[in-house]
Design a protein around this ligand. Structure first.
Ligand code: FEO
Length: 163
């Protein structure tokens, strides 16, 4: 059985993962309209992954006797200020998500809920991978400077997102 506090923090994470999915979907759509097929493909895949993360929380809460509530999601931005800034925003957002996953770990330990702590470790690893993947992209963009997005756009097609 989940404590009320754990149920709430897990439900809060549904909103964060769902918003992440919508944010990356908005970025994918913007990048597609700007003509970046590879970047939008990467972002569409990322949006799918975040939806999968959200669903993991939904089923876990219900399986453990809680009630997963589907929240309202804030509207993500429509336009972005450029490819480099957009990926900086992705990294910043993932760091925010890592922080919230760490808060779940901290609460699980505080409440001696080792089952939750064990389950949430998958997300701890996932966040490390996601941050590292986005950092790799940012490093490539830094090498390119403000030009050559065409080559980068083709290059990113070969990069897989974290599972
Ligand atoms: Fe599900 Fe990228 O956080």
């Amino acid at each position: 059985m989940l404590s009320k506090k754990i149920e709430k923090i897990l439900n809060d994470q549904i909103e964060k993962e769902g918003y992440s999915s919508n944010l990356y979907l908005a970025m994918a759509s913007w990048a597609e309209k700007e003509g970046f097929a590879g970047i939008s493909q990467w972002l569409y895949a990322q949006a799918e992954e975040e939806r999968m993360h959200m669903l993991k929380f939904v089923s876990f809460i219900n399986e453990r006797g809680g009630h997963a509530v589907v929240p309202a999601f804030a509207k993500p931005p429509v336009k972005f200020e450029g490819i480099k800034k957009m990926f900086d925003q992705v990294l910043e957002h993932e760091q925010f998500i890592t922080k919230s996953i760490n808060e779940i770990v901290a609460l699980a330990i505080k409440e001696n809920d080792f089952a939750i702590n064990n389950w949430i470790q998958w997300f701890v690893t996932e966040q490390m991978e996601e941050e590292s993947n986005v950092q790799t992209i940012i490093d490539k963009l830094n090498l390119l400077g403000d030009k050559n997005f065409y080559i980068f756009d083709r290059d990113i097609m070969g990069l897989r997102t974290a599972e």
